[in-house]
Design a protein around this ligand. Sequence first.
Ligand code: GBH
Length: 496
Amino acid sequence: DRDRDALLKGTFPEDFIWSSASAAYQIEGAWNASGKGPSVWDTLAHQGNRQDTGDVACDSYHKYPEDVQLMKQMGLKYYRFSISWPRIFPTGEQQDGVNQDGVRYYNALIDELIANDITPMVTLFHWDLPQVLQDRYGGFLNNLTTNSTVIHDLFGDYARFCYRNFGDRVKYWITFNDPWIIALEGYGIGTYPPMLTDPAGQYIAGHNIILAHARAYHIYNDEFRATQNGKVSIALSCDWAEPKLPHQPASVAAADRYVQFFLGWFAHPIYKNGDYPEVMKTTLARKALEEGRTSSRLPEFTSQQKSYIRGTADFFALNFYTTVEVEDKGHIVTDNPTYFTDIDVIKDHPADWPQSPFGWLYVVPWGLRRALGFIRNEYGDPDIFITENGRPDHDRDPPILMDMDRICTYMMYTNEVMKARNLDNVKVKAYTAWSLLDGFEWMPGYTVRFGLYYVDFSDPDRKRYPKASSIFYKQLVRNNGFPEGSEFTKYVETMW
Ligand code: GBH
């Protein structure tokens, strides 16, 4: 499809936001500095003889002024980073004590950013749950049967503390990063800490995350918005789904079901009506009958909760990486249901889609434009901030500093963002490159690298080196897109 893949020339509006991002556990290190409490990721990293841990990572806890200069050199105007909950409250609960050095660290980082004219966007939760909260309350599996609201209240208390201490300078808040991963991998299929496996686990955890998010949103709204005047959202990831047989209704419905189970699971309650997508409710109700259960694995919101949840985002924050091809699989009936069997699809990737070192990440730029169009149509044309997008390369010796694959990825995905904005009138306001630095990539540790800057993890000083992509990104930002006739666009044309 030549038309679909063609380069669009043009620029973004003057106020378009170019950003890069990171997450606390992936870059900070200083895992136990000043009595920071352990998170579920510290616990996992220290189990058995895992080689890769976030104990030191990029040592950004000490090297943050240098990181800020890297952003400044690229001309970036925003930085999205996360606060580590157990660095602020070591047990997760304020009543057990506050780590003042942690508060000082984030104050210093925020001040350094602002002094360099970079706007902070802060994620409150990028997966590093205080271990004590997992042990005391079951983390995000907490409650429902007892109607306890402990985990919602504790997240609310933590959010309030952050708004109060940092909100004079921080005007963009993300409550949770990627609830899909937290719920499914942490509490459903057990591939991320706390590594729990339960066919209902992801839905219970997801339910609690939505309610905790709503709690943090309302606290901002009721107690801080009038004086601080910022914006609050939740970063949702979406793997776009294309039907394998676009002319077959069942195939089209399967792709739609996939996106509803993925993005709609969280976006439908928050951006539409306070409740899960219809197709999730009906599918899981049918499965309950087939499985001989008395109730669906998908919990229900009360009508009070629905109105509490609806509308709890001031903009749409999207993490986007990839696309899958989906085919209808009829009714999957199994003794071991998982989230994946629940969707009743088979997913695949056509042979001509370029792969990356991550098995799940295929480079499919046009999928981003389609996802953006879907969000515009489905969720009432919101302002959209792309809060993550990028691709990994291998950890090689000698290091990959001429990262042409990453350059191509950024070039093509941002061009699709421009098509969505300039041709489809999608209100995309921001693009965020994931990631500023190579970091601890969760389960694969340091075996894949996402950074615009290379980090030498064998160097005690964790020296950073620019990759070619950082220079490309700087040019892209300076040109604010792909202006007709510019040297930059001519260069891009030779690569296209
Ligand atoms: C990002 O999420 C994270 O937010 C970021 O911290 C991390 O550094 C980055 O990934 C790279 O690791 O199980 O086959 O169905 C990625 C979003 C969405 C990607 C779900 C994987 C599931 C693929 N993820 N997707 S599959």
